[in-house]
Design a protein. Structure first.
Length: 107
């Protein structure tokens, strides 16, 4: 019974730490770029786009498809950075728990 109480206590502590981590990640801003910095996108930790900057040299009628591709690439770059930060923070938070590798948290 003592072990069960200790486990429950650790679970509550972990839940509080996970919530704090999620709030911290939600507040972060990641910037992605493509085209050598010609297109820049900023995302929150929740993946919401907050800013988009496009170099004026890209505004040519013939380059619309290229511009669209660059925007998508910059967005994906920023999203990858948000995901990596979340994975890193989760790994450091769960380091002593002995969870199997590749387990995604939060559930």
């Amino acid at each position: 019974m003592k072990d069960l109480m200790g486990l429950m206590s650790k679970a509550k502590e972990m839940q509080a730490k996970m919530q704090a981590m999620q709030e911290e990640i939600a507040q972060m801003i990641a910037e992605g770029q493509s085209g050598g910095g010609a297109v820049r996108v900023s995302l929150t930790g929740k993946g919401e786009m907050t800013a988009l900057k496009i170099d004026p040299s890209l505004f040519k009628e013939d380059d619309v498809e290229i511009l669209e591709d660059l925007i998508l690439a910059a967005h994906n770059d920023a999203k990858t950075k948000v995901d990596a930060a979340m994975q890193e923070k989760t790994a450091s938070l769960t380091a002593g728990l002995g969870l199997p590798g590749g387990m995604k948290l939060p559930f």
